[in-house]
Write a protein that binds this ligand. Structure first.
Ligand code: FHN
Length: 442
């Protein structure tokens, strides 16, 4: 037991070094740590509320989506925690809504960028912790939404239409917490005010589930109270089982994240921390930032390289996960050109190697950290090589291997016997990002 604790501490230290590289601190860092690299605590369990494996299949096959953090905080360009981190009073912050009138917002462009990146779903922050809603929301406290302020637009309506037009699954992020309510920080002492926040939360979730057609993903974020503990610790307040039974009434098949306090349909692993270890049997998703400066728009560009993105993708997919990669459009709704260029490079890689990603299941080999991972589909096994030596030694599997080749090249010599399979990599021409092998099996 002590050994496990030592390992976990080492993992958390690695993660912390990575997290601090993104310059998170204080409560924002605590918010990230809830899911930073280690699966978040399980929320409350509710029989019959989770989707079946069949209902989850499309999501698990999709593998790759675009996260979009966009809202009033995109004006400031200091990340989505600017209101809290800079202690901006709610009345002061609300004035930003008078300036939020994006003339170049076009969700069809966002959808095209996602498609060109090989992404199969999108998740937009319909409302973040600052309370500003990007849709016509009668439940919005103090009318704090884009339809009743300067923009006079229902961005969620435009966004959901654009997703569907582009053949992308529709994801909506919703943060039940709202910094404008003193009761968020003192839910017991200021119970009435906290209850007002909860009423807004239920009303807005119902609006989003009822008024915008079929929603494929509901990505709750920020169930925790007063920036303390885990989302599950606030289940006494939010009553997430009641909330999500209401959701299921409108959207029976929607895939729900684990951050409302209920366990959700998948587990989250957040941030740029490395993915390693064995295959994870339950559905899970790695969410992280293309621009490592912040989720919300930030002119400081610290983009992940193409290799970092693809290595993270194969490490995630080889362990049964999905990857949700975030972009932060500016106040005018423009995704920076640098992001578009990098995402197109990802799409080009997926054009060539996507058959080793989409619709695959992890295995049959357990990953070996920094050496290889594997996925399988029908009679094919794909091996993602993270390092190359003269030979690759694979454990014994039942299936008989009929042939082996580099996905982008020539056949490779191999020998399968009772001890496993040895593949000769001598003379292989490594691919520039991740070298992928294909094994045909009987
Ligand atoms: O506090 C939020 C943060 O701003 C961002 O939205 C991330 C994205 O997953 N979620 C929370 C931190 O875990």
């Amino acid at each position: 037991m002590i050994k496990i604790k030592v390992v976990l501490c080492a993992v958390m230290l690695t993660l912390l070094s990575n997290i601090t590289a993104q310059e998170l601190k204080g409560d924002e860092l605590k918010s990230m740590e809830k899911y930073g690299g280690i699966m978040g605590d399980k929320g409350v369990i509710a029989p019959g509320l989770r989707l079946s494996a069949e209902q989850m299949k499309w999501w698990r096959d999709a593998k790759f989506g675009m996260f979009i953090h966009w809202g009033l905080y995109s004006i400031e360009g200091k990340g989505e925690w600017a209101m809290f981190n800079n202690k901006i009073p709610a009345e002061e912050y609300a004035k930003l809504a008078d300036k939020f009138n994006p003339q170049h917002f076009d969700a069809n462009i966002w959808a095209a960028v996602a498609r060109n990146a090989g992404m199969k779903y999108m998740v937009l922050t319909a409302r973040h912790h600052d309370g500003f809603a990007l849709w016509n929301s009668p439940s919005a406290y103090l009318h704090f939404n884009s339809f009743e302020t300067a923009a006079h637009r229902d961005f969620v309506k435009e966004y959901t239409a654009a997703c569907r037009k582009a053949g992308l699954a529709v994801g909506i992020y919703y943060s039940p917490m709202d910094w404008r309510f003193p009761g968020y920080f003192k839910p017991l002492e200021l119970a009435e005010n906290a209850e007002r926040m909860k009423k807004q939360g239920y009303g807005q979730v119902e609006e989003l589930m009822k008024n915008y057609g079929k929603i494929d993903i509901l990505w709750y974020d920020g169930g925790w109270l007063a920036h303390k503990g885990k989302d599950a610790d606030a289940a006494w307040f939010w009553e997430p089982v009641k909330l999500n039974r209401m959701v299921r009434n409108y959207q029976p098949g929607v895939v729900i994240s684990p951050r409302s306090g209920w366990e959700g349909d998948f587990q989250c692993n957040e941030g740029g921390g490395k993915i390693h270890g064995p295959i994870i049997d339950t559905p899970w998703e790695k969410c992280l930032n293309l621009n490592q400066s912040s989720w919300g728009y930030n002119p400081v560009q610290n983009l992940m390289t193409l290799k970092e993105i693809i290595v993270m993708l194969v490490n995630t997919v080889d362990r049964g996960g999905n990857m949700l990669l975030n972009v932060g459009p500016d106040a005018d709704g423009i995704i920076p050109d640098t992001h578009i260029t990098r995402l197109k490079e990802v799409g080009d890689w997926l054009q060539k190697y996507g058959e080793s990603i989409y619709g695959t299941q992890p295995g049959p080999f357990q990953p070996v950290d920094d050496v290889y991972g594997s996925v399988q589909k029908d009679k094919r096994v794909y091996i993602h090589l993270l390092s190359i030596k003269d030979t690759l030694q694979l454990p014994l599997i039942e299936k008989k291997i009929l042939s082996c080749r580099q996905m982008s090249g020539s056949p490779l010599k191999f020998r399968q016997d009772k001890n496993g399979t040895i593949i000769s990599l001598d003379g292989i021409k490594p691919d520039s990002v991740v070298t992928t092998l294909v094994l045909e099996t009987e």
